[in-house]
Structure formats: structure tokens, C-alpha cells
Design a protein around this ligand. Sequence first.
Ligand code: EPU
Length: 418
Amino acid sequence: MDRLIIRGGVPLRGKVEAGGAKNAALPALVASLLTEESIRLHRVPQLGDVKTIIGLLDHLGVSVERGDRDTLSLRADGIGQCEAPYHLVKTMRASVLVLGPLAARFGRARVSLPGGCAIGPRPINLHLAALEKMGATISLDGGYVEAKAPRLRGARITFDGQTVTGTENVMMAATLADGVTVLENAACEPEVADLAALLNRMGARIEGAGTPTISIEGVQHLHGAEHEVIPDRVETGTFMVAAAMTGGDVTINRCLPGHLEAITEKLRETGVFVEETDSSIRVWGDGQVQGVNIRTHPYPGFATDMQAQFMALLSIAQGSSVITETVFENRFMHVNELLRMGADIKVIGTTAFVHGVPMLSGAPVMATDLRASASLVLAGLAAKGTTTVSRVYHLDRGYESIERKLQSLGAGIERVTE
Ligand code: EPU
């Protein structure tokens, strides 16, 4: 298993490019199931989770061809079966995204229930209730959920809570349903809007994606299309925090600053300088930051996917910070590892009280999820001494060549493969 060895204390300086967004690429790849024609996607990041979803699509019978650099072509003209088995779903919850498209195009889908995961129970009841409202018969059996419907029909659906992949799943299903579907209290994340842009290129009729009300007029067929995945706002935000924590000066190019407003605002509140153009963000500072309070929210609020990275930053801030996680029940797994590096953090329920310390010290650490691992890398970059981050496969699920990108900014980081 790979480890990252980080020699901390080097201010990061230079330019780095954002990759394509993991959470936009995953549903875009799945959208290929909705048509027998070819879908060509650009800016698909090379990530563990992308490999997993391609493995699942391949299992279903989608042919996947890799083009130049970050281009993939997918063609779902030979779907052999509509079942997503446990061994392919258990490693990644987003696999449940195949449920809606398969049920819509083939009238039947059987997907292993994803079960619990490191950041909480994460049920899919909202996905299922919406598909049921569209006329699907849902049954649970042997750890699998089965959705059946000769043809889904349009419906008015008010989500009981905001769900990103739930919105995406149902939006994809509704493109091929009979009649109009209106989704209320839909997730507003940019990744939902990006998926809608691809679906509309495929011939779907979707309006309002990116707002809480999405209207989808079902069509008989979707066709082939070409699409570029949006840049990864969480990767971008992670580099922003890296610059802030090390007192460096980093410009992230090919990103969309408009997707990071809550993050930018909080960073400025800590005393860090942030400058933006249409497609780049520069972050610099002297490494001295002030404590701030954070509450995670669905977009456009402060993203839960940036909470762990900010906790690393605030652990070396002057003064105290209160971090409240409202999206997931159990997303503080990084706390115990940060404590081992000298941080002073107390957790009560879903709130973390962070008392800034002058300096973290390097230590061997490991984490059990992607963003928690990212926060440990950031802590290691700012810490005195050497930090070893184990279980790097978590990072590889969502960050493309993280050590290479950090090395290009001057970081003392290397991967050791055993
Ligand atoms: N929820 C339910 N029932 C449902 C669906 C969700 O109760 O049917 C709850 C969840 O348990 C959670 C909340 O609703 O408490 C929000 O969950 P959501 O469904 O929005 O999360 P998700 O779609 O499974 C996506 C991202 C996550 C990101 C969250 C929140 C993808 C592939 N994943 O997950 O990304 O944290 O939205 O923004 O888009 C990551 O990239 O590290 C990551 C975990």
C-alpha cells in the first residue's frame, strides 16, 4: 500500500491547474447509459472513483474507449444486464447513480444497496421515493434494490432533504419518462447543473438545474453528445488552503472561482489574500491566520467536502474556531489524527471546537475517507518535521496526482510504494 512522506514547513509557490471534477465526471459517465449513441467526455480526471464507475459501466456492457489525454468515449449499445453487483457498489456509493438511467431506458434495474460508509449511514430513501412517485415499483431483496417500470412517468417531486446524487439520479430518469417531472428542493450544486448541460446536449429538455426547482420534459430518445466536465472545486479549494497554511503564494488555473465563493469568503476572513480572474484564483499570505466559525451547508453554502481541510488550517489559527457539520453525521474522522499532530480540538456531537496552536508536528497518520486524508496532507505540509500519510488510496479516489501537483509548487512530498 502506498504512503506519502511529507517534509513540512515549505511555503508553496507557483501555478497549478485544476482537474475535472470527480463529482461531475461520475454522473456524466453514467449518463452514457441513457442512449445507444456515443458520448464523448473531455476533462475526465484519472481517479480511483472514475476507475470504479468505469468498471461498473463495463460490467453492464458499456464500451469505453480512452482518447487523447483526458478524453473518454462511451457507448451503451450492448447493455447485457441491468444489475450492479455488491462487489462493484460497496467501494463507492455513487454507483447508485445507475439506478435511475437503467430503470428509465430498460424498465428494470437491480442495484446492490450501498450500505454504510465512513462518513455516515447515507441512505438512498430519497432516490427511491422519487422513482416510486414516477411509477417505479421498488422492492428490496437480498441486499439489492430493484426498480421496475415499463415506462416511468413524469411527476411532481418535493425532496424531503437536499440530495446531490438523488437529484442527479432522478433527473436522469426523468429525461426518458412520459411527461413532465418537476423536482422541488433539488440540490443546487454546480455538478447537478453540469450534468443537466450534458443531458440537454443529448436531447433532454431540462430547465432550472442549479436552482431548487428543476423541470424536465421527458423525450422518447436521447442521442450522442460531446461535453467537457467542469473543474473540480474541491481540489481547487484544497490547493487554496495549502497556500494559506504554508504562508505561500499559489495560483490555481483553469478553475471556476464562481463555484468557490463560500470558500473564498472564509479564507479572506482568516486574513489570507485571495485574488480572482474568470478562470484562476491566487491565494497568498504569511501563514498567520485568524480563527473563524464554519457551518457546512449544501451549495452555495460552505461545502462539507472542504470542512476537513479547513479544520487543518484552523488548527494553526490564532484564537478559536467552531466548526459545525450539518450535512453528514460523522465527518470528523480527521480529528483524532490531527490531535496526534498536536492540534487542540474537542468534538461535541456534530460540532468541533478548535483552539489554534502555534505549530503542528509531523507524525505517522492515516484516515478513513478522502477529504479527511486531504486534511492530513495539508497538516503535514504545514507541520514541523516529517508526516507519513498511509492509506493513500483514499486520496487517489478523488485527487489526481496530488503529490506531483504539490511537488510542482515546491512541496517536500513523495510517494512510497511497498
Ligand atoms: N440523504 C438521505 N437520504 C437520501 C440521500 C441522502 O438521508 O436518499 C442524506 C445523507 O445521508 C446526507 C445528506 O442527505 O446526510 C446529503 O447527502 P447527498 O445525497 O447530497 O450526498 P451524496 O449525493 O451521496 C454527494 C457527493 C459527496 C458530497 C455530498 C454533499 C458525489 C458523488 N458525492 O454525495 O462528495 O459530500 O454530495 O455535498 O457527488 C466527496 O467528494 O468527498 C464526497 C463525499
